[in-house]
Design a protein around this ligand. Structure first.
Ligand SMILES: Nc1ncnc2c1ncn2[C@@H]1O[C@H](COP(=O)(O)OP(=O)(O)OP(=O)(O)O)[C@@H](O)[C@H]1O
Length: 287
């Protein structure tokens, strides 16, 4: 479980993060979205004890990172690149990290296999592709079998099969009761993965809720008012934007029949399903 409570970070005169409150719950994958410079990394760094909040709290399993006993076994993180020594092999890197975290060597062999790096275990990480470095970073995060995973742009550099692999891994982690908080700009990818979404813009949370893309009908006809009445009479919900009606709670077939019944010619009747990209652009870009 991850919780932030009125988390604020001030740099000089600027609040990079302000009053940020959200929860990432066990058993769910939570997407953490924002434009460049919106405060994502600053928030994640405070969560992981790499930076001190100016005020507010960031908690992992009910505790601040620095109060966690055995943090490696409670939270695994994929943050910025470059934390590996380029001269060390992939296996060497994992062994070192395992040693530092008090994790047995046999787990590193299992993890190299699990993240698809077994064949590249003896290569120097400096010769790894970006995608391979991401896989090694994921393996490192999983060393202590932590229930909580925090990932900042983990899909960078992964090819489509790598993305599918990561998606499966994170879904499995959540299905087993783990907590996943992931930030990414790859919205179409994220849409396939996340259960909950937190959108941050200008350092403030603009939306924190389960992701649900309820479809609606987009309807245009000769007499919008008459159509509106007809739809509402059968219990549908209607929003309007000029002459266009957005209708939920009724099928396109029933909407067409109803329009015929009240003798209003239709010019347009389409099913629209909102996307994460649209939600994001509406909220994050407008802020
Ligand atoms: N150490 C720092 N000193 C001063 N300002 C900082 C510092 N770290 C971040 N900032 C500023 O805080 C704001 C938020 O930055 P942050 O890195 O958290 O954004 P982000 O959402 O992670 O962006 P990106 O998607 O580009 O990684 C930016 O305006 C950034 O310039």
């Amino acid at each position: 479980m991850i919780e932030t409570q009125a988390l604020t970070k001030r740099f000089g005169q600027m609040d990079a993060v302000r009053d940020v409150t959200f929860t990432a719950a066990p058993g769910r994958v939570t997407g953490f979205l924002g434009m460049n410079g919106s405060g994502k990394t600053t928030t994640l760094r405070m969560l992981l004890g790499l930076s001190r909040p100016t005020s507010g709290r960031a908690l992992i399993n009910g505790q601040r990172y620095r109060d966690l006993t055995d943090p490696l076994r409670q939270v695994g993180a994929v943050l910025e690149q470059g934390l590996m020594h380029p001269g060390q092999t992939g296996r060497g890197h994992l062994h070192t990290q395992a040693l530092l975290g008090g994790v047995g060597k046999q787990r590193t062999e299992h993890l190299l296999e699990y993240v698809g790096l077994a064949d590249a275990a003896t290569m120097r990480t400096g010769d790894y592709s970006l995608g391979m470095r991401q896989r090694l970073a994921v393996a490192t995060a999983l060393l202590g079998e932590p229930p909580v995973l925090v990932l900042d742009e983990p899909a960078n550099g992964l090819d489509p099969s790598g993305m599918a692999w990561l998606r499966g891994l994170l879904r499995d982690h959540a299905a087993a009761g783990g907590t996943v908080l992931i930030s990414s700009h790859l919205l179409a990818e994220l849409e396939l993965l996340i259960d909950d979404v937190v959108i941050i813009a200008g350092g403030r949370v603009r939306l924190a809720e389960p992701l649900s893309f309820e479809s609606h009908l987009r309807v245009r006809g000769r007499d919008p008012h008459r159509l509106w009445q007809a739809f509402e009479q059968v219990g549908a919900t209607v929003r309007t934007d000029g002459s266009v009606l957005f209708v939920t709670g009724i099928s396109p077939e029933d909407a067409g029949e109803l329009a015929l019944h009240v003798q209003v010619p239709l010019y347009e009747l389409t099913v629209e399903t909102p996307s994460l990209e649209k939600l994001f652009l509406d909220l994050a870009a407008a802020a």
